[in-house]
Design a protein around this ligand. Sequence first.
Ligand code: G3P
Length: 220
Amino acid sequence: MKLFIDSAEIKEIEEAAATGLIDGVTTNPSLIAKSGRPFAEAIKEICALVDGPVSAEVAATDFDGMVAEGRALGGIAENVTVKLPLTWEGLRACKTLSEDGFLTNVTLCFSATQALMAAKAGATFVSPFIGRHDDVGFEGMQLIRDIKTIYDHYEELETEILVASVRHPLHVRDAAMTGAHVATLPPAIFKALLNHPLTDKGLAAFLADWQKTGQTVPRA
Ligand code: G3P
């Protein structure tokens, strides 16, 4: 499963990218606002930090505006992925931009029928928000399973499921068990993927016992 970082904070992205284990970045208008950075400047800098797809969301809600903004965003760097809302205008713009060769990410997905339509519009990615689904008493992970079931039936649907609005490592585990293609993680959750007290305890015990041998491990 590909792991993206869900942030517009350069330092957070740099730290995660340094692990060599992230495959892309997603941003959205709220994350850009939180960063306090000029939009195009931030996206250009992020695109230079990672080789993988970097999602940058349009602000327009009409077809012409979304296409114009999408083309401009796509011109910032080859790995820019134009993020579009799951509306009729957004799907029209997705179809046009995808046919023109731009990477696209249809966002704010909350139903399997929405995800089916995003795939029919040729989206590179669809972003079902599982955390926000859970927040209102629905099971976000069931949405992922339903979308995966539908997509697996039709080889012509090439859209990748990009699991978003992830709240904890169990969301990542469960998403991976569904076979979802991507999960985009807040930096803190990316870091938490490795957390386990028994790993820490076991390593401390190994090192303490090794210390007692008085030996050193040869180095090349
Ligand atoms: O990229 C979508 C993601 O940022 C939404 O997450 O936590 O605002 O639901 P959240």
